[in-house]
Design a protein around this ligand. Structure first.
Ligand code: FES
Length: 52
C-alpha cells in the first residue's frame, strides 16, 4: 500500500487501494484486442501510457 503510483486509484486520499490490478487487467485485455486487430502501436501505447 502507500501512495498510488498508477494514477487510477478510487481512494479520495490517492492511496493505493488495489485499483491498479483492475487497471492492468483491463489494459492487457484492450492491448491484446488492438494487437489482434492490427494496431500494435496503439496496443503499446495503451500498455505504457500513464495517467497523470
Ligand atoms: S498503484 Fe494505483 S491503485 Fe495501486
Amino acid at each position: 500500500m502507500g501512495t498510488c503510483g498508477c494514477g487510477f486509484t478510487t481512494d479520495p486520499d490517492k492511496n493505493c487501494n488495489g485499483t491498479h490490478r483492475v487497471v492492468q487487467a483491463v489494459k492487457a485485455d484492450i492491448a491484446k484486442k488492438l494487437t489482434d486487430n492490427g494496431f500494435p502501436e496503439a496496443a503499446e501505447f495503451v500498455k505504457t501510457e500513464k495517467k497523470n
